[in-house]
Design a binder for this molecule. Structure first.
Ligand code: GAR
Length: 236
């Protein structure tokens, strides 16, 4: 494949000029612990993606400093400083393109994205959500699961579609809901699972082993353990 210096149109993965790893842009709104888990995974030279840039829609997002401390360029694109969503999203895309991003990972990015942005990055835009989708889209997932008496909870990584927290699921992890759990306790348990699951799912996408066909994820060369509580092989 011939290396190219600009972000590609939506026609399949391209190879980054220097390392052959997919260049990933991470969008955050807050503390960025999932972002940090992706950055840490990508520090392994064998990981099939590198984190090229982090963008936060809030200038006070704590994850910006964490990204910079890890040596990753990080920028605030403050949604409040734009007249409309189209201009805000165009500014984010410009930053992503300037950094030759091929895949975009939402990591606690709490703005709904338009169909225009989602189409621009179609099947290259993934999200982590703290529930076993399609259950509990939206906010307060843990409190709702506890209120419903669920015995298991978990997290999902999925390709993004215009409907909130919807799109083909790439990987899920299950955790128990324990007696006496409140939303904070369950959230902490699920977050630990997110930190394992998201790098794993990104690796599947970046390596081309998970891809979308007819709006479902199909897997190439991925083994499944029927007894595992993780929907894809455990991360070593
Ligand atoms: C994570 O739990 C993530 O799943 C959730 O926000 C949190 C961000 O934490 N995302 C959503 O609810 C998206 N619908 P982080 O900033 O520490 O990664």
């Amino acid at each position: 494949m011939i290396p190219t210096r600009r972000a590609a149109p939506m026609t399949g993965p391209m190879t980054s000029p220097m390392t052959g790893r997919r260049r990933v842009g991470v969008l955050i709104s807050g503390r960025g612990s999932n972002m940090s888990s992706l950055i840490a995974a990508a520090e392994n030279p064998g990981f099939p993606a590198e984190i090229a840039v982090v963008v936060a829609n809030r200038p006070d997002a704590a994850g910006l400093a964490a990204a910079r401390a890890a040596g990753v360029p990080a920028f605030a694109v403050d949604h409040k400083s734009f007249a409309n969503k189209a201009d805000f999203e165009a500014a984010m895309t410009e930053v992503l393109e300037d950094h030759e991003v091929e895949l975009v990972a939402l990591a606690g990015f709490m703005r709904l994205l338009s169909g225009v942005f989602i189409d621009r990055w179609r099947d290259r835009l993934i999200n982590v959500h703290p529930s076993l989708l399609p259950a509990y889209r939206g906010l307060d997932t843990h409190a709702r699961a506890i209120a419903d008496g669920a015995l298991v909870a978990g997290c999902s990584v999925h390709f993004v579609r215009p409907e909130m927290d919807a799109g083909p699921v790439i990987a899920q992890a299950v955790v128990p809901v324990l007696p006496g759990d409140d939303a904070d306790a369950l959230s902490a348990r699920v977050l630990k699972a997110e930190h394992r699951l998201y790098p794993h799912a990104l690796a599947l996408v970046a390596s081309g082993r998970a891809r979308v066909s007819e709006d479902r994820v199909i897997f190439d060369g991925v083994g499944f353990d029927p007894d595992a509580m993780l929907s894809t092989p455990p991360i070593r």
